[in-house]
Design a protein around this ligand. Sequence first.
Ligand SMILES: CC(C)(COP(=O)(O)OP(=O)(O)OC[C@H]1O[C@@H](n2cnc3c(N)ncnc32)[C@H](O)[C@@H]1OP(=O)(O)O)[C@@H](O)C(=O)NCCC(=O)NCCS
Length: 441
Amino acid sequence: MKSNEHNRQFIDGFRHSAPYIHAHRGRTFVLVFGGEAVEDAHFPELIHDIALLHSLGIQLVLVHGARPQIERKLSAGGIEMEYARGLRITDDAALVCVKEAAGSVRVEIEALLSMGLANTPMSGARIGVSSGNFVTARPLGVRDGIDYCHTGEVRRIDGAAIRQHLADRRIVLLSPLGYSPTGEVFNLSAEEVATATAIELQADKLVLLNEGEKLRDGRRRLIAQLTINEAQALLDGRRQLSETMHRQLHSAIQACRGSVRRVHLLDRQQDGALLLELFTRDGLGSLITADPFEGLRDATIDDVGGVLELITPLEQQGVLVRRSRELLEMEIGHFLVIERDGTIIACAALYPGDKRTQAELACLAVHDDYRNEGRGDALLQAVEHRAVRNGIKQLVVLTTHTAHWFRERGFLPGDLSHLPARKKALYNYQRNSKVFYKALG
Ligand SMILES: CC(C)(COP(=O)(O)OP(=O)(O)OC[C@H]1O[C@@H](n2cnc3c(N)ncnc32)[C@H](O)[C@@H]1OP(=O)(O)O)[C@@H](O)C(=O)NCCC(=O)NCCS
């Protein structure tokens, strides 16, 4: 019994994550974590999860911080670190500590990655790591009369070189250091390096890991998703945000404006947080998206949650046929969606029929608040375009409530013989749906 349950859980979990694995393969993710993560006894687990992402074909750039390590070195040397306007002033003595601390953190990460996926059947798989002079920096200089010495800012990221290493299936590891064409070393913020790199690479995701922080609304609920404008409103608002959250939101907005599609803010302290965030629908962190205000596009695996939210009430009213989450995850590739300010407000799906020239239009839905403004029409048109492109000659639809809407758009009443065999077998007579079809030119 126990083992049956275990099998069930495994099967459910595997089916659930398979579409995400498929969607992420070949994508580029930039991950940044602080020096605190490296000191944590559970750091090998995070590295293990990162190695797993690598083995699934995700191209990874890791950026590490080294703040606690730097601070320890400074205090061991009796050196006081000075800050001005929240920024570290790196004098000559401090720079020595920064170089030593960043260097040893990097070595530690390289060593752990060299273990690859130890204690798993993939333990032999070797993971190549590349570090190097990918970041060019310039000094912050003198601001308001304060000389920041060796504290710098990113001037340029060598995207071509990083891409080359990623294409060679290597993980690229960046430290919070940059070099100038004059041969100087500058102390940088890891988040700035990660953000600039994600923008330069036009990465699919930037993941900002933090130490036990979550973005919450006024009622302490996790803010799971927000747009650039909402993120900016949080920054400008009256609510007190922690320094980390402030910085990470700022980086997220900058990355989104630089065309990085998705930025995740994630508490890395929860075991498996990274895997849950990337391979399950709900995730654990906050997702900031750069999507335009409203647009019609092909759905991706990241839209499953939004589509479910849209169609569940219609399923409950019996207007749409019920679809399980798992099914929707498997079939999301058939869907088109309209997204408005980060929310899915309409969707439609085109399923292949059994004949190559026939397809079924299904799950057409527009959110209540957005009806009668032509979105249904726009989706139908997009579905028809997609169908014609795929050589479809006949579109079939089953409906209980919307017969006239389809008739007014050129659909003719049909019968069960128009349905694909798969659908015939499932046809629920009690629903008493009507069949309509339309010939596509
Ligand atoms: C049908 C639906 C997708 C239309 O979306 P929409 O964006 O409002 O559609 P449009 O703006 O392109 O068209 C609006 C027109 O359709 C008409 N219309 C809307 N629902 C209708 C229905 N059930 N029957 C007949 N006409 C309908 C509206 O009255 C309007 O026409 P008008 O301007 O002449 O009054 C939307 O109403 C919906 O989501 N319904 C629930 C889900 C559903 O029934 N899906 C079909 C199952 S496959």
